[in-house]
Write a protein that binds this ligand. Structure first.
Ligand SMILES: [Zn+2]
Ligand SMILES: [Zn+2]
Length: 344
């Protein structure tokens, strides 16, 4: 009989049970990881509160982890038992129509890996092949866990391509994604980063990581602030990572003629947004959106974290044991935490 392990299983929407389930045995190409830290993410929170048609319960939540290899499945090469590793949450097949076009984020056979809020996590073979990374000594398990959000940010960043000397606004500032975008903007030597958010606690983080101006949209009108700062023109580029219809529209409103907009925060299917077509067309505003990332983006993201160029430590506001997983979600929901590191 298999050994048993504790796992935080979503049994139905809004309800997590800490269960004893069998420790998985790695099959061909798979790797079993002993989870040492797993960070909470907006996706887990969404699955917990709203559910997702693609990932029905029962489901062990958690997909951002750092840990050590407990057991290698047959045929795995290049890794050894005991090595510390992290992995991306999704792995492309490398072979379908989209993968061959370098658009692995749209892979027809994309494999996801959930199950990190548990003592052990089984990593699927396609992720082992493409996006399982050894963690260097100087990076902690929790820091390495925050890989997947940066994969998506790296992918999006290439599209909007912020340049040295520009003024860029980040809407939804203070959330984990925005704090990664802000650090990427600092690396790109963007001159002025304007953080727009709703929580002073989170905006303070944005300021610490490089935002020059912080706007709490509950207290100030962001459009007015940006008009005043930019001689009435608007920003060179706006990055939306709030995931609301208002934020998608606001991103266009605050962008100057000839500027760029990036929509990053996904909206539910069927959502319609209202744009001033004249402003977009005659103003020559380029519109981009981005979702997910490729295996190449994952490699780049791992380099950025492992080199210390992008710091994930400031995104982790707290550590909690696996038994307090629901409390971690409540804190995320209330905006009292950016990310919580769950220690199984
Ligand atoms: Zn995530
Ligand atoms: Zn594919």
């Amino acid at each position: 009989m298999n050994k048993l392990m504790k796992a935080a299983v979503l049994v139905r929407e809004g309800e997590i049970e800490l269960k004893e389930i069998p420790v998985p045995i790695p099959g061909q190409g798979e790797v079993l990881v002993r989870v040492r830290a797993a960070t909470t993410c907006g996706t887990d929170l969404k699955l917990y509160t709203r559910g997702h048609p693609k990932f029905p319960p029962p489901l062990t939540l958690g997909h951002e982890f750092g840990g050590e290899i407990a057991q290698l499945g047959p045929g795995v090469e290049g890794f050894s038992q005991g090595a510390r590793v992290t992995a991306n949450v999704f792995g492309e097949c490398g072979d379908c129509f989209y993968c061959r076009k370098g658009q692995g984020n749209l892979c027809e056979r994309l494999v996801y890996n959930f199950g990190a809020f548990a003592e052990y996590n089984l990593i699927p073979a396609s992720i082992v092949r493409k996006t399982l990374f050894p963690i260097p000594d100087q990076i902690s398990d929790a820091e390495a866990a925050v890989l997947e959000p940066l994969v998506c940010v790296v992918h999006a960043f290439k599209k909007i391509n912020p340049k040295a000397g520009e003024t860029v606004a980040v809407i939804g500032a203070g959330g984990a994604i925005s704090l990664l975008f802000i650090q990427m903007l600092v690396l790109a030597e963007v001159e002025d980063i304007i953080a727009i958010g709703h929580s002073d606690f989170r905006l303070q983080k944005a300021g610490q990581l490089g935002a020059k101006v912080s706007v709490n949209a509950k207290k100030q009108d962001p459009q007015q602030v940006i008009r005043d700062l930019s001689g009435g023109r608007g920003v060179d580029a706006a990055i939306e990572c709030a995931g609301t219809r208002e934020a998608w529209e606001k991103a266009v409103d605050i962008t100057r003629p000839g500027g760029r907009v990036l929509w990053f925060g996904g909206l539910p299917g069927g959502t319609k947004i209202a744009l001033d077509a004249g402003k977009v067309h005659y103003g020559g505003i380029d519109l981009y959106n981005s979702h997910g990332g490729t295996a190449a983006d994952a490699r780049r993201a791992s380099e950025l974290i492992f080199s210390g160029d992008i710091r994930t430590h400031p995104l982790i506001t707290e550590e909690l044991p696996l038994t307090e997983i629901e409390q971690a979600f409540q804190k995320m929901r209330a905006g009292e935490a950016v990310k919580v590191a769950i220690i199984p």
